[in-house]
Design a protein around this ligand. Sequence first.
Ligand SMILES: [Zn+2]
Ligand SMILES: [Zn+2]
Length: 177
Amino acid sequence: MIIQLESLKPEGLRFAGDLDLTDLVRDDEEVRGLGPVSVDLRVRPRAGSVIVEGSVAATVRMACSRCADEFDQPVGSAFYAEFRPRPESFDKEAVVHDEDFAASYLDAGQEELDLREVAREQLLLQIPMKPLCRPDCRGLCPRCGADWNRNECACPRAGTTDPRLAVLAELSKKMED
Ligand SMILES: [Zn+2]
Ligand SMILES: [Zn+2]
């Protein structure tokens, strides 16, 4: 999965298959487990840059951001990534600008591109910021830690007044005045 940039031909290369990336996500707190990552990648040179495009897909085990239960979520999508030679004068403005476009750089003298790293990066971009085990997950009681998906608890619910109802109450008070 390591591309020697020197020997990359104009017509490029294609890799399709399943990758085991578990060793690359071991330090990622969001990823509790990772199935085989199926990739279809095309790599080609373009004017000093390297273009990698294709798709990544996998089932990722994550922890719900509300109730902390682990669940499996399929993620994946098509992507297009460009690896450009790192500019020699690297001013801060350029960094900010390029982060907007998520550009990646090849270091001066870099001879290889590891497609497993590229696939890992693209996969992690697909992981939701606040994963939910289900859209209507009720979460945990902040007082006693009860899992509200499984059972109710007797704790008083502070601050559960619906703000929309509060507005209505305010309005009807005004009309009475
Ligand atoms: Zn949940
Ligand atoms: Zn409670």
